[in-house]
Design a protein around this ligand. Structure first.
Ligand code: PLP
Length: 418
């Protein structure tokens, strides 16, 4: 019962008892004690096969031995310097080696900071004001991108406190829809950038239609618009070079985070040299941070990225296929027409009969069914993110035994929905 008591107390000191809203589900979230491999342990003595994995960063599972060892050594050398280090340069080189569009890198502290800076840079380099974002895409918690709903026109803020003056420059369109974008581009000539999650992973998991990302590349090139891939989730997850390698489309700028920091807070902005050199101090586009390139985060990131080779991605794809095949069989065997989405080590079940290509389709999912599914899995020791509109992740430490057990638990519950 400790989690319940902690939560009651936490609510006195932290808004809603948590430090990020998705963590607060009803009646109370479990409080973590420690994690090991694919398993997360709570303070109440339970353990869970973890498909949330801190919302994406932990591709190698919890408490990766090598990362921990490398950090321990760095800790003894100091934790923040405010001057450059050799390791920042090494990590930048590694990112540039792996990520096709990356010619230079700026390290920041979160994905939010990365997209904020990428948008500023795109505006500065084009001299244009507006940005296009897709309905249901998430690019962090800052004002420019906190616009989700609305009907294709000028965006209304998603949160009180965000001035309409800010979001009026954020134009929303549906994902996977070429027509709407073509129409918009004809009418608008003040568009600095398109920012896109190449695989939408904050509204469940929506892959781009065949050729859609190439279409975005073509349209942006023809209209002098900066193409920003927000690969905070897909970066280092679906291929060494992220979605841009997976789908063979090179954006102008990429934002990275989550996996990049090896389990520590970090983000990055990378891309074409001529753009990146506009960032201060080599250029005049301001970006700064006390903890940018923090030696602990950088050490963890180096340790992480060095472990992610080609063979790693072959294994991750296999694991994803294995679990998705099991889930597909459960749905088929029980005549459940729910939609299974995902690729590589990402997946989600949409509790809808509709095909899911965009935000509007995803929103047809029955969240009551999802909530029952979530709680039933949790009770049986499987932790998926507590929202229909998050994406589930697999780590290298998820073996067939864990995935078989997961599928069994899913089936026990899902067959009751027939
Ligand atoms: C998580 C996420 C962000 C924000 O990253 P933070 O580190 O949480 O600020 C931005 N973009 C995408 C696609 C994300 O999934």
């Amino acid at each position: 019962m400790k989690s319940e008591e902690f939560f009651i107390e936490a609510k006195k000191y932290l808004p809603g008892g948590v430090n990020s809203p998705v963590r607060a589900y009803k009646p109370y979230p479990f409080f973590a004690k420690h994690g090991k491999g694919s398993i997360l342990f709570d303070v109440d003595g339970n353990d869970y096969i973890d498909y949330c994995l801190a919302y994406g960063p932990l591709v190698l599972g919890h408490a990766n031995f090598k990362i921990i060892n490398d950090i321990k050594k760095q800790l003894e050398q100091g934790t923040a310097f405010g001057v450059p280090t050799q390791k920042e340069m090494e990590l930048a080189k590694l990112v540039i080696e792996k990520v096709p569009c990356a010619e230079m890198v700026r390290f920041v502290n979160s994905g939010t900071e990365a997209t904020m800076s990428a948008i500023r840079l795109a505006r500065a380099s084009t001299g244009k004001k507006k940005i296009i974002k897709f309905e249901g895409s998430y690019h962090g918690a800052h004002d420019y991108v906190l616009v989700k709903s609305g009907s294709g026109a000028v965006g209304l803020p998603d949160s009180p406190g965000v001035p309409e003056d800010t979001t009026k420059n954020t134009v929303l369109i549906p994902f996977n829809d070429e027509e709407t974008l073509l129409d918009l581009i004809k009418k608008e000539d003040d568009i600095a950038a398109i920012i896109v999650e190449p695989v939408m992973a904050n509204i469940g998991c929506i892959a781009p239609k065949n050729g859609y990302l190439k279409f975005l590349r073509k349209i942006t090139e023809e209209n002098s618009i900066i193409l920003i891939f927000d690969e905070v989730i897909t970066g280092f997850r679906i291929a060494e070079g992220g979605a841009q390698e997976y789908y063979d489309v090179k954006p102008d700028l990429v934002t990275l985070g989550k996996i990049l920091g090896g389990g520590f807070p970090m983000g990055a902005l990378a891309g074409k040299k001529e753009l990146m050199e506009m960032i201060a101090p080599s250029g005049s586009v301001y970006q700064a941070g006390t903890f940018n390139g923090n030696p602990i985060s950088v050490t963890a990131g180096l340790s992480m990225l060095k472990q992610l080779n080609n063979n790693f991605y072959v294994q991750m794809d296999k694991k994803g296929d294995y679990l998705r095949t099991l889930i597909r069989e459960i749905l088929d065997d029980n005549n459940l027409n729910f939609k299974l989405a995902g690729l590589s080590s990402m997946f989600q079940i949409y509790f809808t009969q509709n095909e899911v290509y965009d935000y509007k389709d995803a929103k047809t999912a029955d969240t009551d069914i999802f909530n029952r599914y979530f709680h039933e899995l949790l009770k049986k020791g499987v932790f998926v993110p507590p929202s229909q509109f998050e994406c589930c992740f697999i780590s290298l430490m998820h073996g067939e035994e864990e995935m078989d057990r997961t599928a069994q638990i899913m089936e026990d519950h899902l067959k009751k929905l027939k």
